[in-house]
Design a protein around this ligand. Structure first.
Ligand code: GUN
Length: 280
């Protein structure tokens, strides 16, 4: 049976450490979250981010807009937050409504307040192998989790499924920067299981139940980034946990794996932005 990559346990350790760091800060950081529209999942995520920040001693503000907000109102608000010395970190919850150009919005965030690490400045730094202000939250959480269990990355074949800007592309780059051999797969990939069967580590970020035991090599590591509700309302990941955990050496559960690590990384990033501000 596979060892569980326990994201809740590591999140709690990170929070204990963060509380101490925050205790020693004379000025508490402030995280500003912008939420556009009434997507139920986004509302839950944002509520959770605010509550978690406050429990740790990070100030947080949530700015809500209706889904028909014009793009320029959002751009003006981000400009105001960029110029507000009390704001440490800015997060625009994704997805945004279709009439809004998400790239224009993300590009307008000051790189030194870009807590998601998604601006062209920070992603450009990541992709050129330089240090960005911060790394994107979910990829950072995945690497922290693998490191916690001393899972070797150098020279390992990692298959990343999904090529989003939030997860697939940055996690692949971070793994490359750690000398892994990375294969990117996506919705147009042919013979996916032929590729996953050669993987030492599979990172699946698709949002559909696609990975079963037959697609995996014995003793591989499985990182499940997917999270969605099945027809019965049960929270599931991309991986069939019951069968995959029989063959894998390590596996992250859903819930309780990557999800808690994403929020831990967001809090870490907020504190790191506050620290880098003090040094500027
Ligand atoms: N929506 C789902 N995950 C994320 C995330 O990590 N950051 C932002 N901004 N939106 C998201």
């Amino acid at each position: 049976m596979a060892i569980i990559l326990d994201g809740k346990n590591l999140r709690d350790k990170i929070f204990e450490n963060l509380k101490q760091r925050l205790n020693n800060m004379s000025e508490k950081p402030t995280l500003a979250v912008i939420l556009v529209g009434d997507d139920p999942a986004s509302q839950i995520y944002v509520k959770n981010k605010k509550k978690t920040a406050e429990n740790l001693g990070i100030n947080s503000i949530v700015i809500n807009y209706p889904s028909d907000i014009p793009e320029n109102v959002l751009l003006d608000k981000i400009k105001e937050l960029n110029n507000d010395n009390k704001i440490t970190a800015i997060l625009v919850q994704l997805p945004l409504p279709k009439h809004i150009d998400k790239f224009r919005i993300i590009d307008s965030i000051s790189p030194e307040k870009d807590v998601d690490g998604l601006t062209p400045y920070n992603s450009g730094k990541l992709f050129s192998g330089e240090e960005p202000y911060v790394y994107p939250c979910t990829p950072k959480g995945i690497l922290l989790l693998l490191d916690e269990y001393n899972i070797e990355l150098e020279g390992k074949h990692v298959v990343v499924i999904g090529r989003s800007n939030l997860v697939g592309k940055p996690v692949a780059q971070m793994l490359l920067n750690r000398n892994a051999t990375v294969t990117m797969c996506h919705s147009h990939t042919k013979n996916l299981s032929d590729i996953t069967k050669t993987a030492d580590i599979v990172v699946s970020a698709v949002g559909k139940n696609i990975i079963g035991e037959k697609m995996l090599k014995s003793d591989c590591v499985v990182v499940d980034v997917g999270i969605f509700k099945d027809i019965n309302g049960k929270i599931c990941g991309d991986v069939d946990f019951a069968s995959a955990s029989k063959i894998a050496a390590y596996i992250s559960p859903v819930p309780g794996g990557v999800g808690p690590m994403t929020i831990a990384s967001l809090m870490l990033n907020t504190v790191e932005l506050a620290d880098s501000k003090r040094l500027r």
